[in-house]
Structure formats: C-alpha cells, structure tokens
Design a protein around this ligand. Sequence first.
Ligand code: 5GP
Length: 209
Amino acid sequence: MKKTNNSDKGILYVVSGPSGAGKSSIISMLLERCSSLEFSVSYTTRKRREGEQNGKDYFFVTKEEFEDMRRRGEFLEWAEVHGNFYGTSKRFVNEGLKEGKQLLLDIDVQGAMNVKKLFPEGIYIFITPPSLEALKARLIKRGTESDAQIARRLKDAKWELSHIKEFDYIVMNEDLDTAVEDIYIIVRAEGLKVHRNMDKIRKALGYDI
Ligand code: 5GP
C-alpha cells in the first residue's frame, strides 16, 4: 500500500499550558533557534505589557474590534482567558499550512482543545511548571498581575493541568534551556517523520516507492 504524502502540507505545533509556566520565554528562544518555525501572532484585548510589541507579541485590539473580527468569522478559535479575549487568525493558519509552513501557536488549553478538533494531525505540546508553588512564585516575581489576577491564574492552572492527557508531549520547565532543547528535539523529530518526507525520499532514490 502506498503511504500518503503529506510533505507539502505544513506542520502545526500548538504549545499550551498554565500562565506563568514560562511559555513565552521558551517560545521566543525556540523561534531564534528554529528559523523554520513561524509564530502565529494572536489578537488580544489585554493591555500591552511593558516591552511587548504590537504585531510581534500580539495584535492589541479593543473589545469592539475583537468582537467585529469574531462576528466576521476571522478567528480559527477564540477564548476568554483570565478575563481577557484572545483569538487566533484563521487566515494565517489556513494559508500557512497550505503553503507548507511550520506554524507555532501559543494558546491556552481550551483553545488548544478547540484547534485539535479542527487539526487532529497537529502536534500538541503541554508546558508545565515543576510545581504549583513554583508557578505561584513565578507569577508573583513577574509582577505584571494583581493578587486577584494571580489567584485567578492559579485556579485556571489546575483546570488546565487536568487536560494534560489530551496532549502529545509534555515539557516540564524546571530549567529554561532544557525546556527549549526539549521542544527543539520534538520539532526536529516531527520534521523527520517518514510520511512528511516522502517527496524527499523519492527524489533521493530517483523512483517512486
Ligand atoms: P498572556 O496574557 O499571559 O500573554 O496570555 C494568557 C494566556 O492566553 C496564555 O495561556 C496564552 O497561551 C493564551 N493565549 C494567547 N493567545 C491566545 C489565542 O489566540 N487563543 C487562546 N485560546 N489563548 C491564547
């Protein structure tokens, strides 16, 4: 039986996990190392944090703008996370995958589960903190959230952790470099899967297999 050839299809990586687990730091280091990956910049109604750039970290929009986009069906998925709205561009993902690109999404667990329904062939990576205490300490140290917001994010984290089994890989962020290395290895290994490389193999052999 001839195996299917998916090498022209692109790969969707979805990275998820509790807020404060270190996703953003891991992802920005990974993107520097893996030039083949393209980050999906989400839309959010959250206020811009110091150091964040519009169009790079997020597209910062008003609630009205977000609602208009949602009504026009421009989001692949959207969610209310910790009291703010976040959404993934449908066009960016659909067109990127059609063009054979490797896309990386940083979204919350409910978003990841919704994307999985649309793209079950995607690669779902859960980033977890070493413990809930460590997560709390990180959120306090980051200093970008109020006490009430921290309490809310910790409560949400417990719910998010309860969905770990629906993911393909788990990366425990005890040490940042190791966590980046772990995801790098996942990306390398996924890219080497036979079904993604059938064209390459045929070209190398000079005949069809
Ligand atoms: P933060 O406000 O700390 O940047 O992000 C809060 C949470 O929202 C994180 O868990 C992040 O992964 C998630 N998030 C960011 N963009 C999106 C998105 O487009 N969709 C969903 N569902 N979650 C998102």
